[in-house]
Design a binder for this molecule. Structure first.
Ligand code: ZN
Length: 273
């Protein structure tokens, strides 16, 4: 059962000792994750699943490959950091995301994608490494990557209990400026129960996770910028979800700019490029 596997991974990873780099909990979690990558039958991306840093022995990325049917095509990365903030077991941040990445790997072993998919369990996403040279995803991109990457999907806080009434079942997807087809793909997905899907621009939210280094893919990085200002939500369904007397101060930076398309789907205006 998928749900059992997901729960088992989260429970094995989210222990009171946490997974702060250099601690026993960090080492134990990495051992567990390597055993899972092995058990899933993935190929190591390098000589082994664990790719250490030459200059920082307590940090390492864990990268497994689910081979695609066209090995010559550039791979897709599915990323989730494995470290935690000091003092937290990190179930939501970020064991749940790792469990999902591992489940995706299991599905891909049964039915391969066209492209290779790299399951990237990155180290050092949390402070003091956040956005620094030792941030795992950045270190991977600059020093461990063996070739171009076609796309990256980064999972973080995917089990998040959103502290806003009515928004508990929210899936929040940023980075719509990264490719004109992305929003179409997301909003074209089959309805997933009561899950509310919000697509938004990364510029409204910022580089809050491992997608930071991958935003160099964005068209904005090549010089285009957003020219249409965001509009506030107006439909009754939208305001039911996003009701706030001062929407510009909504807890979610991206939500005030969200615009409803159909019930269950919220989307933001796209930048003109
Ligand atoms: Zn996180």
């Amino acid at each position: 059962m998928t749900s059992t596997r997901l729960r088992t991974d989260v429970e094995r990873l989210a222990l009171p000792e946490g997974r702060t780099p250099g601690t026993r909990g960090h080492a134990n979690a990495k051992s567990y994750l390597v055993s899972r990558l092995t058990e899933l039958g993935l190929d190591p991306y390098g000589e082994a699943f664990e790719l250490s840093y030459a200059e920082h022995p307590s940090l390492s990325n864990l990268i497994g490959v689910a081979p695609g049917t066209n090995r010559a095509a550039d791979p897709v990365v599915i990323g989730a950091h494995h470290d935690t903030v000091i003092g937290t077991p990190g179930a939501d941040d970020n064991a749940a995301a790792m469990a999902i990445a591992l489940e995706v790997a299991a599905r891909l072993k049964e039915k391969p994608a066209e492209r290779d998919v790299l399951i990237g369990l990155f180290d050092g996403e949390e402070p003091p490494y956040f956005h620094g040279a030792e941030m795992g995803s950045t270190h991977f991109y600059k020093h461990q990557r063996r070739g171009p990457v076609h796309a990256a999907v980064v999972l973080d806080l995917v089990g998040h209990a959103v502290p806003v009434p009515g928004l508990e079942d929210l899936m929040f997807i940023t980075g719509m400026e990264s490719d004109p087809g992305l929003e179409r793909v997301v909003t074209g997905l089959e309805q997933m129960g009561d899950l509310k899907i919000v697509t938004t621009l990364n510029e409204y939210v910022g580089d809050m996770s491992d997608h930071h280094i991958f935003t160099s893919f964005f068209p904005a990085a090549a010089g285009s910028t957003t020219t249409n200002p965001p509009t506030l939500p107006t439909s009754s369904t939208t305001t039911r979800w996003l009701a706030s007397p001062t929407p510009s101060r909504c807890w979610y930076a991206g939500l005030p700019t969200a615009r409803l398309r159909v019930p269950g789907r919220v989307t933001t205006p796209r930048p003109r490029t």
